[in-house]
Write a protein that binds this ligand. Structure first.
Ligand code: ATP
Ligand code: MN
Length: 478
């Protein structure tokens, strides 16, 4: 008998008459005769048909949903509809028993809330395993894209000593005994007694360090975990998420936007081809799910149509000021339908505004650029109007912001002025300012949230369901 092969390969080769050995978990076991087996290698279960004479009743009595098995058998043409081949079982080895009364993943529809409570087993469902296969392919495509475009992959620190990243609330990193916190003569915490002899945090962005790498290597990207202690509890925010941050020397804002658009399309196209079955499955799942909500709230396009739309159409590009005018004169604003009404130029857009632009007004991904300097970070390049900075956000249907980026301020005097006006301690940024002192050049970059992109590709609605073990306020189980 041949050695164990993946179910995916069995479907691919389909040599009727071959003897194979496969292993996996039982999805369903019907009529004491039909086992649907899945090993995670593909979406489809393989049907294994038992010939009663050949298999002991004692073995059959141990097979339940969730049991792990090794099956030896022959590939035969399928009698049933919906599958081309099946396995005629010759031998069954029980690998691990499963108590059918206690196994949470029953062959029926479970709510995502229930599955989150069983995050250690939820990958055995078709939906979550599809999402995780897609997540893996997205990650591979990211490295592939950058590698093909002559970027270097750099690893920026996860523990950071600079608290000027400015992208959100940070998690502290310390080895101090929280019951006996050392204090200095002013009664402040004495961080010189801490592990690093200074205050440290988990990174909220690798950007500043990536800038340093880009200003020597040319084009770089980071791809790693990012931590934000934001107590926002939305369906789009995690406390621990993965971010991709390319940084390019000699790139201006336009080059930056072009790269971001090309990059996103490349990833989506790659994954759409590679994971067609999963995407069709998830698209149908969404259609079924939306049958439970009012017609006018359902998506106008199916998941597959949305994916094709993004691949085939140029993203709309507008300035903050243009976007502001559209929103200000929009029906929902005039009728007071926005929770945050728009009146004065300079306010930050809320998710409701972003979604109006993308889903109602343009019906397309939208790049908004040249934001008011007041609502953006200190490192973004000031425009000649002295009011706006060379920032860009990419907004996606159903998600809102998926990318945030900018051309960076490379002029040391302008940068110092901004740092001062924001009351940031210049000393903290000494090395960042050094980059502007020694051979400064124009440069740009952006940050893309991996999970937000996966939300778009999978049509899932909660970010907690596209990462294996989500970390959110009050939740770090598993
Ligand atoms: P938002 O306004 O949605 O909170 P942000 O302005 O804080 O986003 P950036 O600091 O620009 O976001 O981060 C870059 C990208 O990282 C975002 O465009 C988004 O895709 C992703 N991102 C940011 N915060 C989170 C989070 N808490 N969980 C998951 N992804 C996130
Ligand atoms: Mn945020």
């Amino acid at each position: 008998m041949s050695k164990n092969i993946e179910i995916k390969s069995v479907f691919k080769i389909k040599n009727v008459g071959d003897n194979v050995s496969i292993s996996g978990w039982v999805k369903t076991f019907r009529s004491n005769r039909f086992i649907a087996l899945n090993d995670g290698s593909c979406l489809e279960d393989i049907q294994c048909v038992i010939n009663f004479e050949e298999i002991d009743n004692e073995i059959l009595s141990k097979i339940n949903t969730g049991t792990s098995l090794n099956i030896e058998g022959e590939i035969v043409k399928s009698q049933g509809k919906g599958q081309s081949i099946e396995i005629l079982v010759k031998k069954i080895n029980i690998l691990g028993l499963s108590d059918p009364d206690k196994y949470p993943i029953q062959p029926k529809k479970h709510s995502f809330e229930f599955l989150r409570e069983n995050a250690h087993l939820r990958v055995r469902t078709k939906t979550i395993s599809s999402v995780m296969r897609i997540r893996s392919e997205v990650s591979y495509a990211i490295h592939k894209f950058f590698n093909e475009n002559n970027f270097y992959y750099v690893h920026t620190p996860i523990i950071t000593g600079s608290d000027a990243e400015g992208a959100g609330e940070m998690f502290k990193v310390t080895t101090l005994d929280l019951n006996k916190i050392p204090k200095d003569s002013n009664g402040e915490i004495d961080f010189t007694a801490d592990f690093f002899s200074k205050e440290t945090n988990l990174t909220v962005s690798g950007q500043l360090e990536a800038e340093s790498m880009a200003l020597g290597l040319g084009k770089v990207y980071t791809f790693g975990p990012t931590f934000r202690a934001e107590n926002s509890n939305t369906s789009r925010h995690l406390a621990e998420f993965w971010m991709i941050e390319p940084e390019m020397a000699f790139y201006e804002l336009d080059d930056n936007i072009n790269l971001a658009e090309e990059f996103i399309k490349y990833i989506i196209k790659y994954v759409y081809n590679k994971c067609k079955n999963e995407i069709v499955f998830l698209s149908n799942r969404l259609i079924k799910e939306e049958q439970n909500i009012p017609k006018n709230e359902r998506s106008e396009l199916s998941l597959e149509e949305r994916i094709n739309f993004v691949i085939n159409n140029k993203f709309v590009r507008i300035t903050y000021t243009e976007a502001f005018e559209i929103l200000k004169n929009s029906k929902p604003n005039k009728k007071g339908k926005f929770k945050y009404p728009l009146d004065n130029w300079g306010i930050d857009f809320q998710s409701e505004h972003e979604r109006f632009l993308v889903e109602k007004y343009f019906k397309s991904p939208v790049v908004v650029y040249d934001y008011p300097s007041k609502i953006k970070a200190f490192y973004m390049r000031m425009n000649d109007d002295n009011k706006t900075v060379r920032a860009m956000d990419i907004l996606f249907p159903g998600i809102g912001e998926i990318v945030g980026g900018s051309q960076r301020e490379e002029r040391i005097d302008v940068l110092k002025d901004r740092i001062k006006s924001l009351n940031i301690d210049e000393k903290e940024l000494w090395w960042y300012l050094d980059l502007r002192k020694f051979g400064t050049v124009k440069h740009s970059g952006f940050g893309l949230g991996l999970e937000r992109l996966i939300l778009f590709i999978t049509g899932m609605s909660n970010i907690r369901d596209v990462i294996p073990f989500p970390r959110t306020p009050k939740n770090a189980d598993f």
